[in-house]
Design a protein around this ligand. Sequence first.
Ligand SMILES: [Zn+2]
Ligand SMILES: [Zn+2]
Length: 259
Amino acid sequence: MKATLTVLGSGTSMGVPTIGCDCAVCNSPDPHDRRTRPSIMVQWDGRTVLIDTTPDFREQAIREGIRKIDGILYTHGHADHILGLDDVRPLSFPRVTGGGKIPLYASENTAHVLRNVFRYIFEADYKYGGLAQVELRPINGPVELFGATFQPLVVMHGDVPIESYRFGSAAYLTDFSSVPEDSLLQLEGLDILFLDALRHHPHPTHSTVENSLKIVERLKPKRTYFTHISHDLPHEATNAALPENVRLSHDGLKLEFEL
Ligand SMILES: [Zn+2]
Ligand SMILES: [Zn+2]
């Protein structure tokens, strides 16, 4: 079925511009160089599913006019991927959902972090009302949501295994330094591939432009978009040097694909 993927945020953990930085990209007048923290939204058949809730979720949701969330899938528990969870509140109340809680799909490790960071949401003795109406659900294999399948695939974030997801002809791999062979084998025949590409020079827990281009050569997806981009990569100049079917993503980018 037809689906739309929207890039809610394309930036690295500190965002671009980075607080206190005077570099050319942080001062760039090009709106593509303004990157909020990394997350995407997938929509089909009246459904909206998010991957991660960043500290910029409120701004992203207002920008994209999000009116409803049917589920959230988490990649891992780092601050830049979870801290916006509290801001789903207005979309979690019964007048929007019709009752029922927004399901949060998370690995055991990620659920542990969510329960600790957002203890007041998950512990029932908070008595002031207005809590996000959400519930954690474990990931044990493919996540079936409203006729679509989100297949979790392990990627290595430094030495920590975290989740990436394949859904139909698209896949979203953020925050990895390497992709295990088992996961690569499940990423054949893609239309759209999102890959972490922090910058050019190596980083212990993130992929670089050069490393991600090697993955593109191996997997040969039709279209590749880089994400989790730091202020080292100016949008225009970086794109000009990339192969034609590989682009830096940018906040607000919308892509149609087959789910
Ligand atoms: Zn991150
Ligand atoms: Zn991370």
